[in-house]
Design a protein around this ligand. Structure first.
Ligand code: KG4
Ligand code: ZN
Length: 341
C-alpha cells in the first residue's frame, strides 16, 4: 500500500509517500523566510503559500518516490489542529485527490502524528513500530508544548499541556525582545553556545508543580522586565550570549525536569520527543543526560521529522488503516482546535 500524505497545518507545505512503514519521499516547502519579515506566521499569507506550493510539492514527492499518482492506494492529510485556512488547503486537496482516484481517505490528528515521528529513522526513513514501547512523549514546538502518555500503538492519553505560551513561542518572543530575527529558537540556540547558563537566574515556571502542565509566559515577562531595567545589555555581545544561555537553561530545565518526572511517575521506561524545539542542542543533550541517569530509553525525532512534515502523517495513517480505523468522509471539515483524545 502506498499512501499519499499532505500536511499544511501551519507554515510548512509538505507531501510524503509512505509504504510499508518506509517514507519513500518527504518533501517540505518551508515558509519561514516569508514570515520572518513579519516576525511571526501570518495565517493569510501561509494559506496563499500552501495554495501555490502544494501541487509542486506533491508532484515532487511522487517523482522522488518513483510512483505515478495511479499507484496511490490511500490518501491522508492533517485534519487539525492548526491554522483554519491553512488546514483547509491540505485537507480539501487530499479529499479531492481521494475522490478522483476513488481511494480511501484518512484525516489525521497533527499531534498524534508527532507521537510516532521519534520512531522514524534511517535512510530511507523507516517507522520501527516493532520497537515501540510505552513512553512519555514530549511534543514541543512554536504552537504546542504537551506531555502525552503513549501506552501502546494508537493508545495515548494527554498528561498536560501549556497553560499559556508554547516553549517555542517563548524562545521566539524572547528573541524578539533581543531584536533577533524570527524564528528566534535556532538563533538563541546558537548564541547560547557562547554564553554562561548560570549568568542570570530566570524562573523555572511550574517545574516543581505536581501537575504535568507548563507555563512559559512568566519567564518571557521576567526577561522583558530585566531588559527594561538593563537596556545596556542589548549592546553587549557577551552579556547577550549569557542571557540567551540563561533563558535557554530555564526553558530546558522545565521541559526535561517535567518530562523525566512524568516518565517515572507513570512507570514507563522510555521517553520520546518531537516538534521544532526538539532541534535545540541543549534540550537534546539534557534529555540524553537525564534519561541515562534515570535508566530511561530516549528516542528523539531526527531533525527532518522534528519539524512539521507529511512523512509522520503518512506513517500514522498507514498504521491506522492497517488497524482497521474507519475512513474519514470526503465532506468532513478541518478541526482547528481538535483536542488529542
Ligand atoms: O514544529 P515547528 O517547525 O512548527 C510549529 O510550531 O508547529 O516548530 C517551530 C518552533 C519555533 O518556535 C522555533 O523557534 C523552534 O521551533 N525551534 C527551536 C530550534 N529550532 C526550531 N527552538 C529552540 N532551539 C532550536 N534549535
Ligand atoms: Zn507540529
Amino acid at each position: 500500500m502506498a499512501i499519499l500524505a499532505l500536511e499544511t497545518s501551519c507554515d510548512e507545505t509538505s507531501a510524503a509517500l509512505v509504504s510499508g512503514g518506509v517514507v519513500l519521499a518527504n518533501v517540505v516547502a518551508t515558509q519561514i523566510k516569508m514570515h520572518a519579515e513579519y516576525g511571526g506566521v501570518v495565517p493569510e499569507l501561509a494559506t496563499r503559500e500552501h495554495l501555490r506550493n502544494l501541487l509542486p510539492v506533491a508532484r515532487e514527492a511522487l517523482q522522488r518516490a518513483g510512483l505515478a499518482v495511479s499507484q496511490v492506494q490511500a490518501v491522508a492529510a492533517t485534519q487539525g489542529p492548526g491554522l483554519p485556512s491553512a488546514l483547509l488547503v491540505g485537507l480539501k486537496a487530499a479529499q479531492a485527490c481521494a475522490f478522483v482516484l476513488d481511494r480511501p481517505f484518512l484525516g489525521v490528528h497533527h499531534h498524534e502524528a508527532h507521537l510516532y515521528s521519534p520512531w522514524v529513522s534511517g535512510q530511507p526513513p523507516r517507522a520501527d513500530f516493532g520497537a515501540l514501547q510505552p513512553n512519555v512523549s514530549l511534543i514541543v514546538s512554536g504552537g504546542h508544548t504537551m506531555l502525552v502518555l503513549v501506552s501502546g500503538e494508537l493508545q495515548h492519553r494527554v498528561l498536560g499541556g501549556t497553560l499559556d505560551d508554547a516553549a517555542g513561542e517563548c524562545f521566539d518572543k524572547v528573541a524578539k525582545l533581543l531584536s533577533l530575527p524570527y524564528p528566534g529558537g535556532p538563533v538563541l540556540d546558537k548564541l547560547a553556545q557562547k554564553g554562561n547558563p548560570r549568568a542570570f537566574d530566570f524562573p523555572r515556571p511550574m517545574l516543581h508543580d505536581t501537575s504535568e502542565d507548563f507555563s512559559f509566559s512568566g519567564l518571557k515577562t521576567s526577561v522583558r522586565y530585566y531588559l527594561r531595567d538593563h537596556p545596556e545589555l542589548l549592546v553587549d555581545d557577551e552579556r547577550l550570549c549569557d542571557l540567551c544561555a540563561s533563558v535557554q537553561a530555564a526553558i530546558v530545565d522545565v521541559l526535561v525536569g517535567k518530562t523525566v518526572k512524568a516518565a517515572l511517575r507513570h512507570r514507563v521506561r522510555c521517553v520520546t520527543a518531537s516538534g521544532g524545539v526538539t532541534c535545540n542542542r541543549e534540550l537534546r543533550r539534557r534529555l540524553d543526560e537525564q534519561c541515562r541517569l534515570h535508566g530511561l530509553v530516549l528516542r528523539l525525532a531526527e531533525p527532518a521529522f522534528c519539524t512539521d512534515n507529511a512523512g509522520m502523517v503518512g506513517v500514522l495513517a498507514e498504521r491506522k488503516l492497517l488497524a482497521g480505523c474507519p475512513f474519514t468522509g470526503l465532506d468532513e471539515e478541518f478541526k482547528p482546535s481538535w483536542p488529542l483524545g
